[in-house]
Design a protein. Sequence first.
Lengths: 290, 258
Amino acid sequence: MRRRLLIAALLCCVVPAAVAAQEADEAAADRLDIATDFYNHADGWHVFIPTGWDDRSTPDYALFTADAGTIFAVGYRGDSAEQAAADALRTAEITVDAPYDVREVNLVNGTWTQQLYNTDAGPVTLHTQQYEGMQYVLIFRGSPAAHPLILMREGVLENPELAAQAISEAITLAADTQASPDVTETRLETEGRTIPVTIQTFADGRNAIALPRGEAVYIVTGTGDLAALNAASTYFTVLNDFFITPETTPYLILGIAVAAAVMLILIGSMMLRRRNLLKDEAALRELTTA
Amino acid sequence: MSSHTARLDSAPAAAVAPNRTATLFLNLLTLATIIGVAVSLYMGLFSAGTDIEQGNVQRLFYIHVPSFAGAFIALGATVIGGIAYLRTRHPRWDTFALAGVEVGLALVNLVTGSVWARPIWNTWWNWDPRLTADAIMILTYAAYLMLRGGIENIEQRRRFASVYGILAFSTVLITFLIIRIRPDTIHPVVFGPVLTDASMMATQGDFELNATPGVTSAVGFASAVWSILVPWALMWHRIRLENIAERVNALRAHVMEQ
């Protein structure tokens, strides 16, 4: 009787635990609204929502707007980066012609293909990355005409001259002109650590800011003032923090196989031992009766 | 199960028929366990959302943590069995303690943690305090089985095993507590209290129970199944096996006497 009561009590524990846990899930779903990241669980990515930017995202894509510009992020299933870029531009309601520059940039979160466009409404920067059958696209449309782009430069942290040269290349790419800056200024700004920043001012009213990070130079050029360019550089933070869920399914399968193997070895050994013991018992009983 | 052993002590060679009611309950418990494990696996592998930081490997959490809870229960049962044996000297408590060790060792699941660590920590193994404590715990209980098997005198073996089983549980407590008191561990504390300065902790591979839909219900159900049904069902089967072994030993002794 005691055994029956014990088993009944143990079984009864399971149902309330599951119900209580379900209720906790529902409460948790409400709390997700206060997250500071935009999550797309279906396509396996999330992105930081920049402070001070309006979050106009839908469940399918992230859309952040501010005076500095518009940031758009989306993921598509497919093998074609071109198709994904075209779909993203259409969804973001941006019309472009062919890109004036296409190149690969290696960032902390993978290798991105960078495409730069000039449109009537201002320049557009687009980055795409392919991972495990998904195409991830980030777009920045500057307003007022702030144009973020990345150029790879080895050793730029040690040599600020490389950052100035990268700005010149960026200006040449964007404006298709050789321009010499009227003022070049290299500053060291501290935000917890020392970051060299190169600022250049041009006669045609264009400004440029360059921030070296790793092997890359993050540049914003445009007709906006320094504050506007700095605000547009938020795109770089979003791009670098863009997190793609890693494909770890093989490890899950391996882990389950190992756990199952351990349990099967235990259960199998108990069955084998039982069978052998019952055989021994039968043989011994025969001996006692013989 | 205990009645078998008791009866065997008084009549070693007598045929002891299994208690039908106990068998029925064991079968029901086994069935409930199989269904429970199947449902918990379904909830963990298919129903719960994919962790956006770790990907699908995070689903090992629904096996790794609940089965450790089951090991905790089984190894805790060894302590109860050991204390009860030392108090009563009844062999059934020693059998109970032995079953707890064997089942507990199978449920510890250090290897699933190692598999999870490969993509998340970028290594199969490191000498993190938690992993080291876990390895020591496994070796301690493996030694229990080996030392137990090496003592010929039955009474002495049972007494030694009881004391060892009680003392060995300290390794379980250390393994459980170490991630809560050592700030230098990188093993995450997903739930339960942290007894050190949380801001100083260098854990890697954390995740919020609330960040992914379905995690809490899946882990709640899996914990209930793996800590209640699985250890008891396995231990009950293991106890029955030991009872048969005792019966065979008694028969063997009886035959030798003849």
